[in-house]
Design a protein around this ligand. Sequence first.
Ligand SMILES: C[S@@+](CC[C@H](N)C(=O)[O-])C[C@H]1O[C@@H](n2cnc3c(N)ncnc32)[C@H](O)[C@@H]1O
Length: 252
Amino acid sequence: MEASDRLLEEIRFHDQQAHERAERLREADLAFSNETYLEHESWIRPAIEKLGEIRNCDLLDLGCGHAMAAIVFARVGARVTALDLSSGYLAEAQRRAHRNGVKLELVQADAERLPFTNASFDRIWGNAILHHLHLDTVAHEIHRVLRPGGVAVFAEPWGENPLLEWARQRLPYPGKSRTRDERPLRASQLDTLREHFPRLQVQGYQLLSMAGRVLGQGPLVRALAWCDDRLLRQVPTLHRWCRYVVLTLPRD
Ligand SMILES: C[S@@+](CC[C@H](N)C(=O)[O-])C[C@H]1O[C@@H](n2cnc3c(N)ncnc32)[C@H](O)[C@@H]1O
């Protein structure tokens, strides 16, 4: 498929999603605490910790969507650029930033062709974005705009668990809608990232507790998360079967 067809489809899908959100979101819903964002999925807080100190850093949120992460970063003192392809999501990002009293530099652009000069950022963050993109192109761009000594961190859906892949394709569950071209990342794709970031680290999240996606959060899923924590620490091979991975890309 032509890159432009893929981008147009991404824009159509996300603008439509943003439009539906805008109709539901009341002004009061736009305010949120850092804790609300950090706790909304189990990988978010540990992934953000991988960024290290961000105060006074130039930070890029790639595929920012609603920009809740960008707002958390700005609140702790980063200078944040939030980039997305969708003007609908950037409008929500603008509303949210205003409601939460922070300043974001909002940029509408394609993550595969970043409109920034080389070495513009100390940190790059992305949640659920790489799996929408061509990895070889975006890996080159991330490496180009990241300063030496900087780090990029991405949290991405992971596609190595056949049972989970079956469920993703067959089972109905809340918030399941997907773009036509996105695919959970596969282990074989990580070599593309390693060409630019040889010290890439990969960590899995939600092995048993992925059941929360269907069951919702409650005592059972909290117990499963407790088991995950121990299992994943003791048996590294189990990371392969997780729902999400956090990729840490230090720039040499
Ligand atoms: C699954 S959403 C994730 C949004 C946000 N990071 C979050 O954590 O909720 C993917 C986002 O990536 C954006 N996106 C998709 N393809 C893109 C591209 N080529 N360049 C920039 N943004 C893109 C979409 O518009 C959407 O806002």
